[in-house]
Design a protein around this ligand. Structure first.
Ligand SMILES: Nc1ncnc2c1ncn2[C@@H]1O[C@H](COP(=O)(O)OP(=O)(O)OP(=O)(O)O)[C@@H](O)[C@H]1O
Ligand SMILES: Nc1nc(=O)c2ncn([C@H]3C[C@H](O)[C@@H](CO)O3)c2[nH]1
Length: 207
């Protein structure tokens, strides 16, 4: 890779993005950018009534991620320093397309493109796939009270949305390397060899 890479870890809710990004940052001595979850004033309201709160929530996520990405560009990308993030800003579109309807969805789509089209996109995406039972188990284990409301059907749709989104990113950005981590075969938390294999693959890609 000619320049210092911008790496993103992606996958549906509870797939293990923050866990893997943090582990890799430690192993490869990289700065890590993490999503801010606890200060989000709309998440619990959204999980109780998605139709009423989706626009506020999606706009909140978009504005926060836009600011975080601007800071990341200034601090790392423009200075040629590698960095790993526990999300790709494209997830705003994945969620927005799922949770918004009608004119709000169209307006949100336009705002997303206006804000993000000229910003750098990750060079490497580590995409963690996991099935519904695994995600439900991990969300329960993490125990965030507001996530008790998450409907399995919503999670299942997101699993499929993520597969479609990664296929679309592979087509529209062929220079982006997408490494798919199959959560059924690979367990980077419980199995040290699995983690080492992912870290080695990433080191190779960064050369
Ligand atoms: N491979 C794994 N095996 C077992 N437990 C895991 C694994 N990966 C993550 N976990 C656990 O699952 C929970 C969710 O992980 P994490 O918070 O990293 O997910 P996430 O994808 O960042 O979630 P979110 O989408 O909400 O940001 C945590 O309790 C974490 O310790
Ligand atoms: N609707 C919606 N849009 C997003 O862009 C988005 N990003 C994350 N999340 C939810 C998943 C976890 O519960 C929690 C932490 O990731 O927040 C989102 N929900």
């Amino acid at each position: 890779m000619k320049h210092a890479p911008f790496i993103a870890v992606e996958g549906p809710i509870g797939a293990g993005k923050t866990t893997l990004a943090t582990m890799l940052a430690g192993e490869l001595q990289l700065p890590v950018i993490k999503e801010i979850v606890e200060e989000n004033p709309f998440l619990d309201k959204f999980y109780q009534n998605m139709d009423d709160w989706s626009f506020q929530l999606e706009m909140f996520f978009l504005c926060n991620r836009y600011k975080q990405l601007e800071d990341t560009v200034y601090q790392y990308i423009d200075k040629g320093k590698p960095v790993i993030s526990d999300y790709h800003i494209y997830k705003n579109l994945i969620f927005g397309e799922r949770t918004l309807k009608g004119t709000k969805r169209e307006k949100y789509r336009q705002i997303y493109h206006v804000l993000t089209d000229d910003l750098p996109k990750p060079d490497i995406i580590l995409y963690i796939r996991a099935d519904l039972d695994t995600l439900l188990e991990r969300i329960a284990k993490r125990g965030r009270p507001f996530e008790e409301e998450i409907a399995p059907a919503y999670l299942q749709q997101l699993i499929e949305d993520y597969d479609a989104a990664m296929a679309s990113l592979a087509l529209t950005g062929p220079s982006t390397v997408i490494v798919t981590i199959d959560g059924k075969q690979v367990d980077f938390v419980e199995n040290q060899e699995d983690f080492t294999a992912i870290a080695s693959q990433l080191k190779e890609l960064m050369k």
